[in-house]
Design a protein. Sequence first.
Length: 174
Amino acid sequence: MSIDEQLAREGIRACLARLARGEDRRDAGLIRSAFWPEARLDYGVFEGDFAAYLAWVVPGSEAILNTQHVLGQSYIELSGGTAKAETQVISYHRFAFGAGDERDSTIGGRYLDAFEQREGEWRIAARTMIYDWLQDGGAAVDWGQGLMGNPLSAPHFAGRAHGDWSESFFGASA
């Protein structure tokens, strides 16, 4: 594999990681940096252009308190300045349906992305989500109170979509 192919693959993987972080933190700047402005997306529950997607995902539903997208392997086929990639994903979501009624759900699936490289930068031109499985975790446990019987030493250890401590760790990028 040539150096150019290795750099292309790393650029694609870096784009995928930025997007996952952007969606988990509802960071419009990071999400915007992963898609070309004219990109098309189809998640089954949303289909449309990038502007509509960004307005849908940021700020996101107030009922979704937290998400975490864990990316697995990416199968990438390069073709000059374009590429196709299939990336495994497991995504966790905590939903709040009312006072004290929170549920956990985990989805396993794959992103099918068409990438384009422009001026040396790889971004997504089209995305389709494939859902392979869903696990309803039932009533959520309040991990903010501690783990395995041990209290957390500070409130910033519990992750959240808005106001997560990692925002100050990296500095705001939106």
